[in-house]
Design a protein around this ligand. Structure first.
Ligand code: E4P
Length: 216
């Protein structure tokens, strides 16, 4: 399972990359706004910087919602760097644009997926990634992980090549469950990735080893 970090924060991207386990980055307009990045020039420059930092797939999201505009914006994003994945929302014009990008050799990440039906459409259109938002589904009182399992089963039966990118990760357990259920990728805040490191018995065990090492 690939690990992407879900942030536009360069320090966090560097920290995750330094761990040596990072395979890519996902961003969205909210994450860019959180970093105070404004205007197309600054946004494009920021994507370029991320691409220089991490050698992997970097999702850059379109903010257009009409087919022609999504295609025009996606082409500009894809031209920033060879590793850019054009992130397109799961709407009617988005599906049409994903098919256009697929036919024209531009990889896509279909975002804002909340149902198996949406995941089927994204796969039919040839998206490289489908991003089910597990945390937001949990927040609304449903089980986000159930959707990951359902999509994994459908893609397996149908032989779809689209990769399941479990998004909207809220904790380490989401990452573990995604791995168990066959997600191909998770995209997570740094905090949840680092939480995978933690176990109290590791801390207790290490303290004891270090204490005994002094006797050597
Ligand atoms: C996915 O690509 C999205 O950027 C992200 O995972 C959304 O997460 P959130 O629900 O924490 O905003």
């Amino acid at each position: 399972m690939k690990f992407f970090i879900d942030t536009a924060n360069l320090d966090q991207i560097k920290e995750a990359n330094d761990l040596g386990i990072l395979d890519g980055v996902t961003t969205n307009p909210s994450l860019m706004a959180k970093e105070g990045i404004k205007g197309q020039e600054a946004i494009f420059k920021h994507y370029e910087t991320i691409c220089e930092l991490v050698d992997g797939d970097i999702s850059a999201e379109v903010v257009s919602t009409r087919f022609d505009d999504i295609v025009a914006e996606g082409k500009k994003l894809a031209a920033i760097h060879k590793n850019i994945i054009v992130k397109v929302p799961m709407i009617k014009d988005g599906v049409k644009a994903i098919k256009w990008f697929t036919d024209n050799g531009i990889p896509t990440n279909c975002t804002l997926c909340f149902s198996a039906g949406q995941a089927i459409l994204a796969a039919k259109a040839g998206a490289r990634y489908i991003s089910p938002f597990v945390g937001r589904i949990d927040d609304s009182g449903w089980d986000g992980m159930e959707l990951i399992g359902q999509i994994a089963q459908i893609y397996d039966i149908q032989g779809y090549e689209t990769q399941i990118l479990a998004a909207s990760i809220r904790n380490a357990n989401h990452i573990i469950r995604a791995a168990e259920l066959g997600a191909h990728v998770i995209t997570s805040p740094l905090e949840s990735i680092l939480a995978l490191l933690k176990h109290p018995l590791t801390d207790i065990g290490l303290a004891k080893f270090l204490e005994d090492a002094k006797k050597l």
